[in-house]
Design a protein around this ligand. Structure first.
Ligand code: ZN
Length: 301
């Protein structure tokens, strides 16, 4: 049986609520990239991913930019990957940043495998490795796909009302695609974080060393930019080499190869879900995940 012959291409039905999912600005040697889908809690669609990639490239290419701050408009940093807004554009083709082929007309497991090589694993590695220091400024929710955006940054500054959560084990999936969990947290805490899918407070994340600095919501912006300004005083090449050195050590500790292995398990889980239920996410869309999170939080009190 040739699955290609049975494959029907899915329609691209996305309706965007904005043409500017990422805003860009530069002042005093600091580039600011702002996630700008506040009405959907900055859910990350491909439109946003590619806009973010463009913005990072712009900041790298601008010699006046020393440091990059990634922040978000609205109450929350990011609710994660877009799994249910009108702007969900998973079936849309984009001008790709890597040499994986277009996924939209591909059958079976190839569809998500090709897509996530590009927009999740590929993009996150690109952003992690760009040669200028990056700071994530996190308020409110930072969930699943939101973690990827914070984790690829060199530093994370959070408000004390921020929280971190990766509830995708409920979908039968071992964590979000950029599997940095045991590097961001110690392995036992990473297991607890994933097994329960519970929220981790900014305070706990700070204690774990995942967050560099904590501020009240009112002081978050001033605190973040003071840190960025201090870093911006350092020489460009010194910063780039230091960043490369530490990223290299992390990779020698297995971060990169670990992520490759877990990416394969992640895709086994997507395919297993599809075999069992016909749905790669195990039947969970955004609404179902919000409901399940509420129920789980209620049960724990
Ligand atoms: Zn996935």
């Amino acid at each position: 049986m040739n699955s290609d012959s049975e494959f029907v291409q899915r329609a691209d039905t996305a309706v965007y609520e904005t043409e500017e999912p990422v805003l860009y600005g530069v002042a005093d040697g600091i580039a600011t990239l702002t996630l700008n889908r506040p009405t959907v809690n900055n859910a990350q669609n491909s439109q946003m991913t590619y806009a973010l990639d463009d913005a990072f490239r712009r900041a790298v290419n601008d010699d006046l930019v020393k440091v990059i701050v990634l922040r978000a408009n609205g109450k929350h940093f990011s609710a994660g990957h877009d799994i249910g807004t009108p702007g969900r554009d998973i079936n849309k083709s984009f001008e790709r940043a890597h040499l994986w082929w277009d996924h939209t007309n591909k059958p079976g497991g190839e569809y998500l495998y090709a897509r996530e090589q590009e927009v999740y694993l590929g993009m996150c590695r690109r952003w992690r490795e760009l040669p200028k220091p990056t700071i994530a400024m996190v308020q409110g929710a930072c969930i699943a796909g939101g973690l990827m955006l914070a984790w690829v940054c060199d530093l994370i500054v959070a408000s004390d009302d921020a929280f971190f959560q990766d509830p995708v084990v409920r979908m039968g999936i071992p964590g979000v695609e950029y599997f940095a969990h045991p590097y961001e947290l110690n392995p036992r805490i990473a297991k607890e974080f994933l097994f329960t899918g519970d929220r981790m407070s900014a305070e706990r994340a700070y204690q774990m060393g995942m967050v560099n600095r904590l501020f009240s919501r009112e002081e978050l912006e001033a605190g973040t930019y003071a840190l960025a300004a201090a870093i911006a005083k350092q020489p460009r090449m010194g910063l780039a080499l230091t960043k490369q050195a530490i990223n290299h050590v992390e990779d020698l500790q297995g971060k990169r190869t670990a992520m490759d292995a877990v990416f394969a398990w992640h895709h086994f889980a997507h395919s297993h879900n599809e075999l069992l239920s016909g749905d790669k996410l195990g039947g969970y869309d955004a609404k179902a995940m919000i409901q399940a999170n509420k129920t789980a939080a209620g049960e724990r009190g």
